[in-house]
Design a protein around this ligand. Structure first.
Ligand code: 5GP
Length: 179
């Protein structure tokens, strides 16, 4: 893992290694495989940030499962805007399906606390949330996160799908904004 990196003039320091992330994604995949034994869950990966985590989590699942990608873009710059825009790209009929939402990070919880009830209205058999990262101290809403990768401090992070103004998604590890 490289030393500090600079993106758009901001310095980020190493936070979670490839190995830590891979191990955790595998553990969660195994848990999901056990919890959904005999079922065929549909992963709903939230673009853009969750695409890499969703790919790893899905490959760690040993049961039949499907995936689709949606967009909720509610975020610009360094802080969440707290506004949820329309759900784009949900073509599947999720009625009667066991849905697992895959998120990169839950910060204030606004996005998920608004989106999950919307999803419930589509009458899925069940809805669970898997989030790689959770900023526990930043949570403002009650969000039921069934599968948490890492609880992290309230600092901006990039890498492994997460960006800072469009850059950093390709970094295989997770970096945290330096003080
Ligand atoms: P929430 O609605 O929970 O406050 O925010 C969720 C969204 O904000 C995430 O899906 C993500 O797009 C964005 N976000 C929150 N914190 C961070 C962060 O530390 N880094 C990045 N890259 N995005 C973040």
């Amino acid at each position: 893992m490289k030393d500090n990196i600079v993106i758009h003039g901001l310095t980020f320091r190493p936070f979670l290694s490839r190995q830590q992330i891979a191990e955790r994604a595998n553990q969660l995949g195994q848990r999901i495989s056990r919890d959904y034994q005999g079922k065929r869950p549909l992963f709903l990966a939230v673009l853009n940030g969750a695409f890499i985590f969703a790919a790893d989590l899905m490959r760690a699942c040993e049961i039949d499962c499907a995936i689709t990608f949606i967009r909720l873009a509610s975020y610009e710059g360094l802080a969440s805007s707290g506004q949820v825009k329309t759900v784009i790209g949900l073509q599947e009929d999720i009625k009667g399906r066991d849905v697992i939402i895959v998120e990169d990070i839950v910060d204030t919880g606004q996005t998920m606390s608004q989106f999950m009830p919307q999803l419930e209205q589509m009458e899925p058999a069940s809805v669970a949330l898997a989030s790689l990262l959770v900023k526990t101290e930043a949570l403002e809403c009650e969000v039921d996160i069934k599968y948490t990768g890492f609880e992290i401090p309230n600092k901006f992070v990039i890498g492994y799908g997460l960006d800072y103004d469009g850059l950093g998604r390709n970094i295989p590890e997770i970096y945290q904004l330096a003080d």
